[in-house]
Design a protein. Structure first.
Length: 100
């Protein structure tokens, strides 16, 4: 199973690289990117790929903060409650044993 996952990941990575090379090769015109303080002159293909990866990274970071972090916090809270309940159960068992 792990072999197939790695094979699929490899195929997807190669497809993305081929796609990026094709886009860069077909769009070689130079464009000016003005970021108010900085100006860059890039090829259109590189700018398209760069904007795609920046958008992907932004989406992943948003998913991280909207889904993963709250779930991680909830896991810590539930683990803390679990430890407290387990400790109470052990304390109650000790008290029952000493009463006998």
């Amino acid at each position: 199973m792990l072999f197939f996952k790695r094979l699929i990941l490899f195929i997807v990575a190669v497809a993305v690289i081929v796609f990026a090379i094709a886009i860069s090769g077909l769009n070689t015109e130079k464009v000016l990117l003005n970021l108010y303080w900085f100006k860059f002159e890039l090829s259109l293909g590189f700018l398209l790929i760069l904007s795609l990866f920046v958008g992907l990274l932004t989406g992943l970071l948003m998913a991280l903060f909207n889904f993963y972090m709250p779930l991680k916090s909830q896991i810590r809270k539930l683990a803390r409650q679990n430890r407290q309940i387990t400790q109470q159960i052990l304390t109650n068992k000790r008290l029952e044993q000493t009463d006998d």
